[in-house]
Design a binder for this molecule. Sequence first.
Ligand code: NCD
Ligand code: ZN
Length: 346
Amino acid sequence: MEKLTIRKPDDWHLHLREGVVLKNILKFSSDFFGRAIIMPNTKNPITSIERGVAYKNSICSLLSKTNTFKPLMTIYLTESISNDEIKRGFLDNIFFAAKLYPANATTNSLYGVKNIKKIYKVFELMQEIGMPLLIHGEVSDPMVDIFDREEVFIDTELNPIIKNFPDLKIVLEHITTSYAVDFVESNNIAATITPHHLHINRNAMFFGGLNSDFYCLPVAKRESNRISLIKAATSGNECFFLGTDSAPHLREWKAFCGCAGIFNSSVALNSYLQVFEEENALEKFEKFASINGPKFHNLPLNNEYITLVREPYEVEEFVDIFDENKKIGAIKPFHAGQTLNWRVKS
Ligand code: NCD
Ligand code: ZN
């Protein structure tokens, strides 16, 4: 196959950041995706309707008049969040979903939830009003090995949530293990899968010295897990869909503290397609990228189409970040310096 035309995809997990970074990177999502779920872990997290509205406006004000990209906003759950804020935010169409970060599980999750049982009343409300719960599925207990945190979360937190709230719409985000694949397939929930977890296993972080460019959370696992994720993504199974977890960090920050997060939105479709091609599953890509997500979320499919062509695509070493005309930094994209097989036809 040399060409693939599919309905415009959606990104069901995206970090757009704020300010100058947002300004520089938004185009990578708004050019290629119809909708994206915007993560609320900004420096000052999106914990209220007021902040949600301001954040959405700041994104929309950067879109050109003809651009139809829709940011789907999320509210960041804390132990003190009020049911009233959540209900009003959802029913007034400000928030599409709520995001659960276990406290300290990942970048900007300091205000997340320490004791998940404390917000069961919130889940009860969400189940009642049909609001999706998006979960960063890792325990943050420092005594639990970092490579086991997803599995332990599933057993100790997710399983009880599902038992208590069987009708709650749950997405287990950026899954990284065979254990999660099996769990999602055998429960009535969905999961997103990132491009990077389809390409790298945990060795990538240690190749040629400690390499934080491949450090994200949940951390990449053993090769056998990567293989399960590829099978899941390319299976066409409706419970798996695209979520890039594109999480940009300026170079100096990555270099300084090795913070977790991989920026991939500039190469996301190219990156996924590489895997689908290797698996001989290009005809399943539209399901994963453009159909399974809206079906799960009861949203209409996008009406626009995009075409992907099998032509070499050289990935730049850095995406430069400009403030007005002055370069103020750079972000390393996933696949930096590599040549991929597919590109989006402009
Ligand atoms: C994300 C970020 O940088 O905001 N980092 C990451 O490693 N994925 C947060 C997250 O989704 O865990
Ligand atoms: Zn994320």
